[in-house]
Design a binder for this molecule. Structure first.
Ligand code: HEM
Length: 294
């Protein structure tokens, strides 16, 4: 189990206050929606049986701690962000994007999730986006919403493999593989999708990314990095590494698959596909389903 580290008593006080005020916040400002990454946050639900069945205090505390850390224990910012995240989840329904909806098979094809239990801290769970393969499939970016639901679905599936109450596995690592990108103009639709996904990650998934590798990026495309980085905050940028040679990825990720310079099997053979929602996530999805039928 990990310890939550506080720099001073003030930080601890803010955390405790935010945590204690959750039931009120959820009821008053989130229309009762209390799910974060599949876990329940409200410990004073009207139906106490639901709390007994699904609530895990340790995990709930670690999730709130993450938000506190992301916003430097500034109580107003932390509170506002929790409200924003929960309301976004209530409306967007990321659990449905991950566990119910079918996405375009051509998109599914370029998303991979791997898990390396022996890897260094916070590089155990890696999500891969083989975006280079999409360079000639511009139509996949035409419907921004469809693309985003696919991408958020992949993110949520990856989150299932994190252990929020552990030290070494409560962040994820991501890889973008741009292999195949030769002649490339920043298509308007690609840019729109990119911008929106970046914005959603920054607003609604705080303190979850450990490192992000951009591999097989031809040197002539460094300008794209310049364009995209305008949308990204500095803190996130500091986690990025660009590698023109994808086979060097194993220098950063020693468990990397064969196709990335490692000893392991090939990437596609490592893909974890049968991801299930959490118990609470499943309960919510089933409940929504019943409401739809009614
Ligand atoms: C982010 C697609 C080319 C650098 C993204 C995102 C998408 C995307 C959808 C949103 C974040 C995510 O999904 O994780 C594409 C496509 C490309 C392309 C389809 C061409 C086929 C490039 C190139 C570079 C680049 C050549 C140069 C290094 C970046 C960076 C981000 C990004 C720095 C921000 C990542 C983040 O904030 O997490 N790209 N991209 N992209 N892309 Fe690309």
């Amino acid at each position: 189990m990990s310890e939550m580290k506080f720099e001073n008593t003030e930080e601890q006080k803010v955390f405790q206050e935010v945590f204690n005020e959750l039931p009120e916040l959820i009821k008053g400002k989130c229309k009762g929606y209390d799910e974060l990454y599949g876990y329940k946050l409200n410990f004073k639900d009207e139906d106490q049986q639901i709390v007994e069945k699904y609530y895990d205090e340790e995990i709930a505390k670690h999730l709130i701690y993450k938000v506190c850390k992301a916003f430097q224990f500034n109580k107003d910012h932390v509170t506002q962000r929790i409200v924003d995240v929960l309301n976004w989840r209530r409306e967007f329904n990321p659990l449905s994007a991950a566990f119910l909806e079918k996405h375009d098979p051509e998109l599914e094809e370029v998303g991979v999730i791997t898990q390396y239990p022996e890897e260094s801290p916070n590089k155990q769970v890696v999500t891969w986006n083989l975006y280079g393969q999409l360079v000639k499939k511009k139509e996949l970016f035409k419907d921004t919403n469809k693309f985003i639901r696919y991408r958020i679905g992949l993110m949520e599936k990856g989150l299932r493999l994190l252990q929020f109450d552990s030290i070494g596995n409560n962040y994820m690592t991501q890889v973008h593989d741009y292999n195949g990108v030769s002649v490339f103009r920043m298509d308007g639709n690609i840019k729109k999708c990119t911008k929106q996904v970046i914005s959603i990650f920054q607003q609604y998934y705080p303190e979850l990314l450990w490192a992000k590798y951009f591999v097989n990026v031809p040197v002539v495309f460094s300008w794209v990095y310049g364009v995209v980085k305008q949308f990204v905050d500095e803190q996130t940028m500091s986690k990025f590494v660009v590698l023109s040679d994808g086979k060097k990825l194993n220098q950063y990720l020693k468990s990397a698959p064969k196709d990335y310079g490692g000893q392991n099997q090939k990437l596609k053979e490592q893909n974890i596909q049968d991801m299930r929602p959490t118990k609470y996530g499943l309960y919510l999805l089933e409940k929504q389903n019943n409401e739809d039928v009614d």
